[in-house]
Design a protein. Structure first.
Length: 292
């Protein structure tokens, strides 16, 4: 049927009910006023009574034809007073009632603060829960920290047939202050165990070699190495200087407290010493956590 005015909102109806404390009387007071007995459904001991015959009602006055007793159960439902609301009853909204515009019509954000909240479903409690961005992302994805990058401060002299720790003593990056520039070690911080990607590069200059061994050490013991032996070393000339460069990459599961450093071992063809060129552009030690 046509009407004048705004489209009325959908409403959800529940009829008001009143329970009475009975006694040996015929007179009771209603919680809500009514025009007559037909606006009430009256029940005594779970039997519906006939309006105007078993009772009369006007305003807030209810008059029974026969008196009740204290043991009777009596209640009424107000047929003329429907309690309405534009809010749906609890647990009544499903997927079919939720329009997609409830989400995709909202203002889009390009960043999210730590205290901003998202809605999740808690399977253990079978209930919806809210969670802040800070707590949500702590269990999702990786931030690739700790991470570090270091290189040597100056050239380093290495003796023949001696395993020597390479002195990467300058930090460029050290997200968790986990790299020590005094003993040239990266130590896994508490709670930061996981799979790590480690990389190192070095270059030496000087005389010929018959063997080179570049190695990662975990807690002082070798876990990965790059070997070059006699006949494969070769000689490179740059600006009239003999040099040799090597690189080593490692994936390794590390636990909190484990430490990693880099060492090199030379067999020099004529004995003596050689020089590691530890400048930033030719020698470095770096790494980061890939996953927890």
């Amino acid at each position: 049927m046509p009407f004048i005015g705004n489209q009325p909102a959908l409403s959800y109806t529940s009829f008001a009910k009143q329970d009475f404390t009975t006694s040996a009387t015929t007179s009771y007071t209603l919680d809500n006023p009514v025009a007559n007995a037909n606006e009430l459904a009256l029940f005594i001991n779970f039997v519906r009574q006939e309006p105007t015959t078993a009772y009369s009602a006007s305003g807030t006055s209810l008059i029974l034809t026969s008196a009740t007793s204290a043991s009777d159960d009596m209640y009424c439902v107000f047929l003329g007073k429907a309690v309405q609301t534009v809010n749906p009853p609890n647990s009544s909204v499903g997927n079919s009632q939720l329009d997609v515009s409830a989400i995709n019509s909202q203002t889009a954000e390009t960043s999210i603060a730590g205290g901003d909240e998202v809605l999740i479903y808690d399977t253990s409690a079978s209930a919806l829960r809210k969670m802040t961005r800070t707590n949500f992302v702590s269990g999702v994805g990786e931030t690739n920290t700790p991470n570090f990058y270091a290189y040597g401060a100056s050239s380093q002299t290495v003796s023949d047939a001696t395993e020597t720790t390479i002195q990467f003593s300058n930090e460029v990056v050290d997200s968790d202050s986990a790299y020590d520039t005094t003993n040239y070690r990266f130590t896994v911080p508490s709670g930061k165990g996981g799979l790590y990607l480690l990389n190192t590069t070095f270059r030496f200059v000087g005389g010929g070699v018959s063997e080179v061994n570049l190695k990662f050490r975990k807690n002082g013991s070798q876990i990965s190495a790059f070997y070059t032996y006699s006949g494969a070393v070769g000689t490179n000339i740059y600006n009239g200087i003999n040099y040799l460069s090597r690189n080593l990459t490692l994936f390794e599961n590390l636990s909190a407290g484990d430490y990693i450093d880099v060492a090199v071992y030379f067999n020099l063809t004529g004995g003596g010493t050689c020089t590691l060129n530890n400048n930033k552009d030719v020698a470095e030690f770096s790494g980061f956590r890939i996953s927890s």
